[in-house]
Design a protein. Structure first.
Length: 136
């Protein structure tokens, strides 16, 4: 069953996925693909990162203080390349789940952006709260 058939069967009006980048642009535990979006109608950024062979996507916003987390553009992982780390205050998150693993982020979790790979490309699904920054 293709995505359109699943949508019709379930009855959900899922938005069309939007292309982010080629799959080979995301190197294992490497530089993330950062992209502009609107979160609750406010300008923000998201990122997609390859970790343990999976592509994950999150809103680029720390739970501790709502600031962008990368220490250089697209650089989110700590020195050991095991955790996503906020460059501002050192909060660390588990890359596959987005859950806080230490520091001032409490028991929270990063905001997930639904990403997937198909035919050598990485895509994301907008949600009710997270939309493209501009019309495609």
């Amino acid at each position: 069953m293709d995505d359109a058939t699943v949508t019709r069967v379930v009855g959900a009006a899922r938005p069309e996925p939007l292309r982010l980048c080629a799959s080979d642009e995301l190197v294992e535990k490497g530089t993330a693909f950062v992209f502009d979006l609107l979160h609750f109608r406010e300008p923000a950024r998201g990122f997609a990162l390859r970790f343990d062979g999976r592509v994950v996507g999150y809103l680029n916003r720390c739970l501790h203080v709502p600031t962008e987390m990368d220490w250089q553009h697209g650089q989110f992982l700590d020195a050991g390349r095991e955790f996503i780390m906020c460059a501002t205050h050192g909060a660390v998150y588990e890359p596959l789940s987005g859950r806080c693993a230490g520091g001032p982020c409490g028991r929270g979790k990063l905001t997930v952006i639904d990403v997937f790979e198909r035919d050598g490309q990485v895509y994301w699904y907008p949600s009710r709260d997270t939309q493209p920054a501009f019309a495609e």
